[in-house]
Ligand binder design. Sequence first.
Ligand code: GDP
Length: 197
Amino acid sequence: VFRNKLEFFAAAKVSSSFPPVDLPEIAFAGRSNVGKSSLLNALTRQWGVVRTSDKPGLTQTINFFKLGPKMCMVDLPGYGFAYAKEEVKEAWEELVKDYVSTRLGLKRVCLLIDTKWGMKQRDHELIDLMERAQTKYQIILTKTDTVFPIDVARRAMQIEESLKSNKSVVQPVVMVSSKSGAGIRSLRTVLAKIARL
Ligand code: GDP
């Protein structure tokens, strides 16, 4: 599926403008600067189609991309920038909450976590939303090249442990580096399987 051309087809600021569901969707979420654009680029090998960080924290739209005829990749707006205004935060919450809790075609949310920093409060808030909506999600540790391998393993274990009584999480944690390419192929395999569900 990742050999297909990536094609942007819709952007939504409010849930009423979500495009109709006709394909299985895999969404990508995480704090601003977590490495989401880099990962989308590494996964699809189509640099430039998905823009790397414009103004962090200001892209408050959900962007929908078709990856060939069988799968849709969805880029959720990044969160957690300290200077994001309260109303920006509320708009984000409304939009992402609507998406993760009502979207019928949504098969999986990939929640990206920076290996060095681990999970923060906003990550937990999103996890709570998904647990309540029974939306399947999995944790992707990014930028694994920035810490020692032992610390990557420790971080993964810590997260798996903290989520072990959650019902909608899909374990294990996936570890990737868009910079070194580590883990990218196996993440492609995991995602391709989901799209076929
Ligand atoms: P986004 O805001 O989540 O879309 O994050 P970006 O993909 O724009 O990445 C944010 C910053 O992290 C940029 O400076 C990237 O070069 C850097 N970055 C992204 N992925 C990696 C990675 O795997 N390793 C390292 N060392 N840096 C990365």
